[in-house]
Design a protein around this ligand. Structure first.
Ligand SMILES: *Cc1c(COP(=O)(O)O)cnc(C)c1O
Length: 209
């Protein structure tokens, strides 16, 4: 069953999840059939690769929405703000400040997710769950960012449901509407815990080499 049908066959709650087709490492030639089919949301994790792949096609197909889902360095923000529509990986204040200043320069506001280090893992980026509320307040009050939700990449080990539930609780406690969670291996669990954006790569395009 195709992933879209799989989502549509579920309960009403499932319909709320948008699919971000994660196109990293795949050339536009392999993505084109999906674009022609009318799919709108695409995700990339590297700025340079995204610029090369999407600059032209985004001018041609105006309603495409591009999502930055990977670790973002402050010195790349000036390229990200003009090209992308969403950022899922806001994980520190310096980055938030840079996004704010670049947005002002071109009078554009991206929709932004705060990345949460929900498993409290040393090697992963993201804001600690106890600090998300104060970080969120700084982002909206001091920097007037358009924060629409929270994002996570849960630990590989352990019960994903537990982490997705924590994310849902956290998001509700702050009063945010959107939740970016769930990848090829765990998107159904993520949706059952209220994900509104799932980020799917290999289940659409095959394994990356
Ligand atoms: C690559 C990537 C995905 C998609 O992973 P798949 O397992 O191929 O679905 C989702 N989110 C992020 C942040 C990624 O880097």
């Amino acid at each position: 069953m195709s992933i879209e049908n799989e989502l549509k066959s579920g309960n009403e709650h499932d319909l709320k999840a948008k699919i971000i087709a994660v196109t990293k490492t795949f050339p536009i030639s392999e993505i084109k059939p999906l674009i022609d089919h009318g799919h709108l949301h695409y995700g990339e994790n590297k700025v340079q690769e995204a610029l090369e792949k999407w600059n032209e096609i985004k001018k041609e197909v105006k309603n495409i929405k591009l999502h930055m889902i990977g670790k973002l360095q402050t010195n790349k923000v000036k390229f990200v703000v003009p090209l992308f529509d969403y950022i899922h990986s806001l994980d520190n204040l310096k980055l938030a400040q840079k996004i704010s200043s670049e947005q002002k320069k071109i009078n554009k506001k991206l929709k932004i997710f705060i990345q949460v280090n929900i498993g409290n893992e040393d090697q992963k980026s993201g804001i600690h769950k106890n600090e998300v509320m104060s970080f969120y307040k700084k982002c909206i009050n001091d920097l007037s960012l358009d924060i629409i939700g929270l994002m996570c990449i849960p630990p590989i080990k352990g019960d994903k449901n537990e982490y997705f539930k924590l994310m849902n609780d956290l998001s509700k406690s702050i009063g945010l509407d959107e939740l970016s969670m769930g990848m090829s291996s765990d998107y159904l669990e993520a949706i059952s815990h209220g994900a509104t954006y799932v980020r799917i790569g290999s289940k659409i395009f095959g394994e990356r080499s």
